[in-house]
Unconditional design. Sequence first.
Length: 229
Amino acid sequence: MALTARARQRDLRAALEQKNVLVRELHHRVKNNLQIIQSLLNLQSRSAADSNQFTALAAAKSRINALSLVHQSLYEDETLQYVNLHALLDELCRHLLQSDWGAGKRVGITVDASETMSSADQAVPIALLVTEAVTNGLKHAFIDRDAGAITVSLVNDPVTGAELTICDNGIGIGMDIGRPKVKPAAGGGIGYSLIEGFARQLRGTVETTISGGTCVSVKFPYLAGRKTP
C-alpha cells in the first residue's frame, strides 16, 4: 500500500508539472499572437487614409499591448496565476512612452505602486484603465509643449481599499470630461467611457479633478492577491 501511495503521488506531481507547462505555453502563445496582431495593425496604420483611422489603429495597438503584458506577467509568475502590478505598470508605461503618442515628447512617467500580486481578472482592467488615462494625457495634456510629467500611483490598503491615480501636470485638458456625454468622432472620444467601464469591472468609482493638470482617481476594493516575497 505504501508503494502504491508513493507511485500515486509521483503520478500526481508529474500531472501537475505537465499542467503547469501547458498553462505556461498557453500564456506564451497568447502573448505572441497578440504581438503579431500589434504588428499587423502597425503595418495597417502606415497606410491610414486619414487621422481618424490612424488614431483608431494607434489606440487598438496600445490596448492590445496592455493585454500582451498581462499574459507575459502571468507567464513569468511561478504559480502562473498572479501579476506583479508594480512591474506590470512600470513596463506598461515604458511602452506607452514609446507609442505613437509618446514618441518625440519629453514626458516622464513615474510609477508609484505597492508590490501587490493580483489575479489576471483584476490586472486586465487595471492595465487597460492605465493605458487609457496615460494615453489621454500624452495626447491632450501637452499640446502646447513637448515636456511634462505623468504619475501613476497605486495604493492597496486592507482597511481603506485600493486607489489607482493617474495625474499629469499638463494644461488641464488631459481628459476631456465632456466628450463621453456625446457621440464620439470616428477613431476617438471613448477614452473616459472606457475608464468608467474598467472601473466598474473592478467594482470601483471614478473621480476626475482638473487643477494644474488632470487627475483620474479610481477607488475599488482591496486587492487580496498573493503577497510578494
